[in-house]
Design a protein around this ligand. Structure first.
Ligand SMILES: C[S@@+](CC[C@H](N)C(=O)[O-])C[C@H]1O[C@@H](n2cnc3c(N)ncnc32)[C@H](O)[C@@H]1O
Length: 337
């Protein structure tokens, strides 16, 4: 598999419980080979430019799990060590951990252990998840002063301040899928661009004529501008600071990306206005599982006003909350004549 896609695929495979942790990943000069317990789905392999091969892998006996080192190193009472999280979010050299309230008096000691074992410049505690219009994380910095991360995924560089900008590791497959969406010559509007979650993979891997990337949060917009430069796609992405409802024009976009949750449907009138006849919308929403897949489809249909939609794809992006999924629908929209 190509080196650029390897880390993203490893994470997806690990999350799906298919990674064979008893064997080591083989990293040759050109290829990365990942040991698995069962065969990953063919479309996952294809999306990551990977293929299945049969081979032997070196065993991992000699390798220790970092959580064992973290437990050894954390200067906290022995009887609390089993509460230390064995999962964390890591973005470059910045990590976010969730801590059991019983560890409250030992935050600094714990963060120092994670920092030293994982080689981190900052460790943050996730307090309240992600909220508000800007989808802002609520975190507390436990160790370090510089919380700006440079996270590389699928060969795309995402720079952002992990203290106040979200990065959903659960959306990794969707970001990678966007990298593979053929859109040669297309004019694309990314209505909820953030730091470039979807615009960047599209611009790095495909050949659109232009992506207008609209973001309302000035902090996220600043990182979007920086990321466009970092990934050398200045000619393809035009970052715009503002509310997507103020984007002017109609019938101009070949493709509209709506990477937002909770109230996405309220923005469908804008997407429909911007789309050309025959254009494609990538419509995300969070939906109770019992209403899937009809509710998001119906919401698109409700905004056609005599036009037609061809549903090209329905996909669960991730579980959002108990009984609620984050889903994405790709639909081709035919305007009323
Ligand atoms: C954080 S992203 C969602 C996550 C993304 N789908 C992913 O893959 O991780 C959503 C972005 O939309 C922005 N946003 C919210 N309302 C907006 C609006 N009316 N116009 C433009 N951007 C908006 C938020 O500030 C936020 O940065």
């Amino acid at each position: 598999m190509r080196r650029k896609s390897a880390e993203a695929l490893r994470k997806t495979i690990a999350r799906a419980g298919m990674l064979d942790k008893s064997h080591m990943i083989v990293d040759d000069d050109d290829e990365v080979v990942i040991p698995v317990l069962s065969m990953p789905p063919a479309d996952l392999l294809r999306d990551h430019f990977a293929m299945a091969v049969e081979r032997d892998f070196p065993t991992r006996e000699a390798m220790r799990d970092p959580i064992d080192d973290i437990r050894d190193r954390a200067a906290i009472p022995e009887d609390l060590k089993h509460l230390l999280p064995d999962k964390w979010e890591m973005f470059g050299d910045v990590a976010i951990i969730k801590l059991d309230p019983r560890l409250d008096g030992y935050e600094r000691e714990i963060a120092e252990a994670y920092a030293s074992v994982l080689g981190l410049k900052a460790v943050l505690k996730d307090l309240l998840g992600i909220s508000g219009q800007f989808r802002t994380p609520t975190t507390k910095v436990l160790v370090g002063t510089d919380t700006v991360a440079t996270h590389i995924e699928n060969g795309v560089k995402y720079r952002f301040d992990a203290e106040n900008i979200m990065f959903s590791s659960g959306n990794v497959e969707e970001r990678i899928r966007m990298a593979g969406v053929k859109c040669d010559g297309e004019f694309i509007v990314d209505m909820f661009a953030g730091i470039g979650y979807f615009s960047l993979p599209l611009a790095v891997y495909q050949k659109p004529s232009k992506i207008v990337a609209c973001e309302i949060n000035p902090v996220a917009h600043r990182y979007l501008v920086e990321n466009v430069r970092l990934n050398h796609v200045e000619k393809l992405i035009e970052p715009i600071l503002g509310d997507n409802r103020d984007l002017a024009g109609k019938n101009l976009a070949d493709r509209v990306i709506m990477g937002y949750v909770k109230t996405t449907h309220e923005f469908l009138p804008v997407a429909m206005r911007l789309l050309k006849d025959g254009g494609i919308v990538h419509y995300h929403e969070t939906c109770p599982n019992e209403l899937l897949p009809l509710r998001p489809i119906q919401r698109i249909v409700d905004h056609l006003h005599g036009g037609r939609a061809e549903i090209l794809r329905f996909k669960v992006v991730k579980s959002y909350a108990p009984g609620v999924s984050h889903v994405v629908i790709d639909a081709r929209i035919f305007k009323p004549s």
